[in-house]
Ligand binder design. Structure first.
Ligand SMILES: [Zn+2]
Length: 306
């Protein structure tokens, strides 16, 4: 009688342990929904064949203008992991969070693991209402060291989601990090080849602050970090004066939407267009990977400003 009881107890205990164990086991590939093209590329590199990445915001969509459609909500709520840029890049994310927590979706926002910088002031004192003090710049991926921190963040999130894949995620993250270390060295060598006085970036919106602070450029943006406000005519006039005085060699367009005012500045200063940069995420072709996008941007900048 006593032996039977012990046997039953053991069975029961094994059942309980089994339930605990299975709670941590991922059935099938980790389903990842992504609101940010850089995050999606990181997840593909770190996740390899253990993940399925669905890009809800994909290359060619302007993330500043994107709002989730009802169908997108469904795809997001049924994912295991949601990737976002963070730092306010997805203004709708905060009202999504309670719903996602209920649905058991793990949210990974890259901006959570970088040291944020503030967007540049539009103007220097003359027009107080155009200052955006305290507005964080969400375009963190233009610094490779930020992206390397995000690689580790994604690795840790995937290991928590899918503990069986631990070794694979660790190996993939280490290999990707090694390539990013090489990329970072390449970027620094490129920038060093430019005379210091030439390291000025005139861009249509304030998206390259991290590139500037990490590698030593000054940014003169036409618009702020969000594209939400149109530049005032005083701001444009001052920018034109500054471009002429400092003999800026080139002005850069962006792959997604450009204010008409960029054409006006090019016309009034006679400065040529230095080419198109990917400011808000990855692009097509060569720029469809993070490494390709960085090489395109830095290559275009250095070629135009040297
Ligand atoms: Zn932007």
């Amino acid at each position: 009688m006593k032996g039977k009881c012990v046997a039953m107890l053991r069975l029961l205990l094994m059942g309980v342990i089994g339930v605990f164990l299975s709670a941590g086991v991922q059935a099938g590939p980790v389903r990842i929904a992504s609101l940010n093209t850089v995050m999606a590329d990181v997840a593909r590199n770190v996740g390899g064949e253990r993940v399925e990445v669905e890009e809800i915001v994909h290359a060619g969509v302007d993330p500043h203008l994107y709002e989730p459609a009802p169908g997108d909500w469904k795809r997001i709520e049924t994912a295991d992991v949601l990737l976002a840029g963070g730092l306010g890049f997805e203004p709708y994310l905060e009202r999504m969070r309670p719903v996602l927590a209920n649905a058991g979706v793990r949210v990974v926002a890259g901006g959570d693991v970088v040291t944020p910088i503030e967007g540049a002031c539009e103007g220097h004192g003359e027009e107080g209402h155009h200052h955006h003090h305290g507005e964080m710049d969400p375009h963190w991926w233009h610094s490779v060291s930020n992206t390397r921190a995000v690689v580790m963040q994604v690795r840790d999130a995937l290991m928590a989601q899918d503990p069986d894949g631990r070794e694979s995620y660790e190996a993939n993250a280490a290999a990707f990090d090694q390539r990013l270390e090489a990329l970072e060295k390449w970027v620094r060598l490129q920038v060093v080849s430019l005379p210091k006085a030439n390291r000025v970036l005139v861009t249509s919106h304030d998206a390259l602050g991290y590139l500037a602070s990490e590698y030593g450029f000054e940014v003169l943006p036409v618009q702020g970090v969000t594209k939400s406000s149109q530049p005032s005519s005083q701001h444009v006039t001052r920018l034109i004066r500054e471009i002429k005085e400092r003999r800026v060699k080139a002005i850069f367009a962006e792959s997604l939407e450009n204010p008409k005012v960029l054409g006006q500045i090019t016309a009034e200063t006679g400065v040529r267009s230095g080419g198109v940069l990917y400011a808000d995420g990855l692009g097509k072709g060569d720029a469809s990977t993070y490494e390709g996008m960085m090489k395109h941007n830095v290559g275009t900048i250095v070629e135009a400003l040297k």
